[in-house]
Design a protein around this ligand. Structure first.
Ligand SMILES: *Cc1c(COP(=O)(O)O)cnc(C)c1O
Length: 387
């Protein structure tokens, strides 16, 4: 059976060059980068070369990159670190209702520490309202955290405008750019952000390693304390092979960015047109244009996303659903709920996310299989209704 992976927003396969770079580092670079001897210096050199590559990908200085154990950790460091370091200036944080749980739950933890959090609403396409942001900002606001691109529906937020509004009121801006990095151009100077999270495994690098960009002079406290590695912001001996892999993935992403985006967008268009032609009652979730090139989120009337996901898995195809069965009933995700999708549409949502390894043949196979799976599910439902 043909196997097609179309769930790149969940994770990506490692680029073969990343595997090679990591294997070489694992076999040959075992020193502790904090050691002063030759073994340590070699590891330090590998670490700093990777730091330069990650910095180059997002337009930062190498000294502004803190390596972390992934995107979730970077989000926690940004949000808790800034809040705790600036609590005497104010106790108010602003985020949005469609953030990743790494951001939402970090904010929830801070509410228990006495911070007040505003969760901005979004419009029907998942975009945060700049008016609502302006109204929510006050002299008490120390941090605004808004994702660069949404992981479920691919909506890209106007980060530069959000930064301008936050800075006018003296608040820091953090952006979770985990989905954006490697898919669309990301430049911390152009966006004028103070903190930015990224993770290797969403752009063909390794899992469990990521980075937080921290602009110079930003006041942040560490979440993990210890030996003072990573300028004291993330103690613990660095994951040298992982960081080397992250650096290689960053280098490749920078070189291939435009080509990857064109490839994904062309396949997505082919996929969307094919599904529209073959599947009655399908609608697009999220904006038609301001979205990640590889993301296609759609809803199919009368077909539960999770059932379709399992049916496609049986046909060798990997996708995600925008709803999960919680306690026996199908619950739409917080993102689809915040976008105000009607319940029937939300539970029928499916996310297909394309990547560099997908081909036109993959897309055509998926169109065929989605059409036949939907027909099958619908026919079963009609049959069941007849009893
Ligand atoms: C995947 C993801 C994360 C979490 O990153 P991990 O490296 O898996 O911890 C955070 N935010 C967004 C938007 C993501 O898509």
């Amino acid at each position: 059976m043909r196997r097609v992976y179309m769930d790149h927003a969940a994770t990506t396969p490692m680029h073969p060059e990343v595997v090679t770079a990591m294997s070489e580092a694992m076999a040959g670079v075992f020193g502790n980068p904090s050691s002063l001897h030759a073994w340590g210096r070699e590891a330090r050199k590998a670490l700093e070369e990777a730091r330069e590559k990650v910095a180059a990908l997002i337009g930062a200085e190498p000294g502004e990159i803190v390596f972390t154990g992934g995107g979730t950790e970077a989000d926690n460091l940004a949000i808790k670190g800034v809040a705790r370091a600036n609590r005497e200036r104010g106790r108010h944080i602003i985020t949005s209702a469609v953030e990743h749980h790494a951001v939402l739950h970090a904010c929830g933890d801070l509410e228990k520490e006495g911070f007040r959090v505003t969760y901005l609403p979004v419009d029907g396409q998942g975009r945060v309202s700049l008016d609502a942001l302006s109204e929510s900002l006050s002299d008490e606001t120390i941090l605004v955290s808004i994702m660069a691109a949404n992981n479920e529906v691919g909506t890209v937020q106007p980060i530069a405008e959000i930064a301008r509004l936050a800075h006018e009121r003296g608040a820091y801006l953090h952006t979770d750019a985990v989905q954006a990095v490697g898919q669309i151009p990301v430049d911390v100077k152009e966006w004028d952000v103070d903190l930015l999270s990224l993770t290797g495994h969403k752009f063909y690098g390794p899992k469990g390693v990521g980075a937080l960009y921290v602009r110079r002079r930003t006041r942040v406290l560490p979440v993990i304390s210890g030996g003072g590695q990573e300028r004291g912001l993330r103690s613990g001996t660095q994951n040298v092979p992982g960081v080397v892999g992250l650096g290689k993935a960053a280098e490749l992403a920078e070189a291939e960015l435009a080509g990857r985006a064109r490839h994904a967008a062309a396949l997505r268009q082919r996929l969307w047109e094919g599904i529209q032609r073959r599947v009655p009652g399908v609608v697009l979730n999220g904006p038609p244009l301001e979205r990640l090139p590889g993301n296609l989120s759609l809803s199919i009337a009368g077909v539960e996303g999770e059932m379709l996901l399992l049916n496609l898995d049986y046909r060798g195809i990997a996708v995600s659903a925008g709803s999960a069965c919680a306690a026996g009933s199908l619950e739409p995700s917080h993102v689809l709920r915040a976008m105000g999708l009607p319940r029937e549409t939300a539970v029928g949502s499916l996310r297909l996310s394309l990547g560099r390894d997908n081909t036109e043949e993959d897309v055509d196979y998926v169109i065929d299989q989605v059409a036949s799976a939907v027909e099958k599910i619908r026919s079963l439902q009609v049959g069941a209704a007849g009893h």
